[in-house]
Write a protein that binds this ligand. Structure first.
Ligand code: T46
Length: 133
């Protein structure tokens, strides 16, 4: 299972750092939605679903968290702890996010608008979907 973790270009000077992300250039899809989560309570696990079509890039722009990716055959855990790192999460990939630091802000760039029908929230259904596709 291939993990794609980007290290985005950082524009730093004596004022501080800046990262710029452009669709189809730094990000391999059209960005149709941006959302972010913060104030995640200690010990909380989020996610527990896959998407049929959605592709995303996860960037922990402040603090840190871990992401478990599961393609139905293999599982891998990726730590996000740098604001210039982005984890690509393709469709058909179960994800769980956890170990959020109290100051974590996890920003997500998404290839589609929010569509509840795109979610697979049952793990057995996910395994069946992966086998059939
Ligand atoms: C994903 C992981 C990384 C909206 O109204 N619009 C949105 O665009 C999103 C993402 C969520 N919501 C609502 C739906 C729920 O009532 O916000 C609430 C929390 O969403 P959810 O429980 O789906 O959050 P997570 O952290 O479990 O999952 C989210 C994304 O939904 C999901 O696509 O891949 O982050």
């Amino acid at each position: 299972m291939q993990i794609i973790k980007y290290a985005f270009q950082q524009h730093g000077d004596d004022r501080g750092m800046l990262v710029a992300l452009e669709e189809f250039d730094d990000i391999p899809f059209e960005i149709k939605r941006v959302y972010y989560m913060y104030d995640t309570k200690g010990g909380v696990h989020r996610g527990f679903h896959a998407h049929k079509n959605l592709e995303q890039i996860l960037i922990c722009i402040h603090g840190s968290c871990d992401v478990l990716l599961d393609n139905g055959k293999q599982k891998k855990i990726v730590s996000l702890e740098k604001p210039y790192e982005g984890l690509y999460v393709p469709n058909n990939m179960w994800r769980e996010m956890y170990n959020f630091s109290s100051d974590a802000v996890l920003m997500v760039l998404a290839s589609e608008h929010y569509v509840e029908a795109d979610y697979i929230r049952d793990y057995d259904e996910f395994l069946k979907f992966v086998k059939e596709t």
